[in-house]
Design a binder for this molecule. Structure first.
Ligand code: FE2
Length: 283
């Protein structure tokens, strides 16, 4: 498990690593059940439906910023009609839960730490791992949205770059239900530049272009279909995307974004912690 030289060489070469069987079935069952319970308890307020499409962007910014230290549900775009009314049952409408599950929810807190995770973090060079964000991503059947090419470092700029993504398959991820696709090696050399930064300015969020290096074409993308229980670790500079889910099967995943506490965390990043308790280690 990333402990022999060949594995580490592959990590450096490819910018990602796949660890099948990292989580046991009982652990997966516990966090899936907890995620569904959070959604069941979620009371969608009607604020979304009261705003025009243009204003909705501002509402979305405000909701995102307010979720940094909370456990909050976000709708799938296609779950709402033009007037903001739910088109599917609530249980099928949620795109994700974020962004402080790892700190505030006991079930996810347990899942988000432990010697196994700490060992992986150490192996990939995170000497002082700090978890900034946690998300459950549902990728709902039929309406699960596509997430286009991006680099997670855009959302967690540190100097030097350290953010590393821990992507846990809570269900099987397949070509049909929207598994990850990556550009192997796209995190290093001339292609390993940060193309854009997601910044917060005066309460408004926007993607600021940094470098014109184009995104890979799909011919250079590698699909990562994985079984439930697999942990995929990838470098924050690695370009990746996931397709829409038009299948009848959901593709739940859980992610942690982890930086090294020795690196400087950008004050422009959208997620700023107001309370020390929500920036956690892994053990
Ligand atoms: Fe991502």
């Amino acid at each position: 498990m990333l402990s022999n030289p060949d594995d580490l060489a592959r990590w450096h070469e490819d910018g990602y690593f796949v660890l099948p069987g990292f989580n046991a079935a009982a652990q997966l069952e516990a966090v899936r059940a907890r995620a569904h319970a959070i959604v069941s308890g979620f009371e969608p307020d009607d604020s979304i439906s009261r705003f025009s499409t243009r204003d909705r962007a501002l509402v979305a910014d405000t909701a995102l910023l307010a979720s940094a230290d909370k456990v909050r549900c976000f709708f799938e775009e296609e779950a709402l009609d033009a007037a903001g009314r739910l088109q599917v049952p609530k249980e099928r409408s949620i795109n994700k839960i974020g962004h402080a599950l790892h700190a505030l929810d006991p079930v996810f807190r347990d899942f988000s730490r432990g010697p196994g995770l700490a060992r992986v973090a150490e192996a990939v060079g995170l000497k002082q791992p700090q978890v900034w964000q946690s998300q459950v991503i549902f990728k709902q059947p039929h309406i699960g949205g596509e997430v286009g090419w991006h680099q997670d470092a855009s959302f967690f700029v540190t100097d030097p770059q350290t953010v590393t993504t821990f992507w846990f398959a809570l269900e099987d991820a397949t070509l049909d239900n929207g598994c990850l696709w990556v550009e192997p090696g796209g995190h290093r050399g001339a292609r390993g530049v940060l193309r854009e930064q997601f910044v917060c300015e005066d309460g408004h969020l926007r993607m600021r272009p940094l470098d014109p290096t184009p995104w890979p074409d799909t011919a250079h993308a590698r699909a990562l279909p994985v079984k439930a229980g697999t942990l995929v670790v990838f470098d924050g500079l690695l370009p990746h995307y996931s397709g829409p889910n038009r299948s009848p099967v959901s593709r739940m995943a859980y992610t942690l974004h982890v930086t090294d506490g020795r690196a400087a965390y950008s004050p422009m990043n959208w997620l700023q912690r107001t309370s020390a308790q929500t920036v956690c280690g892994l053990d």
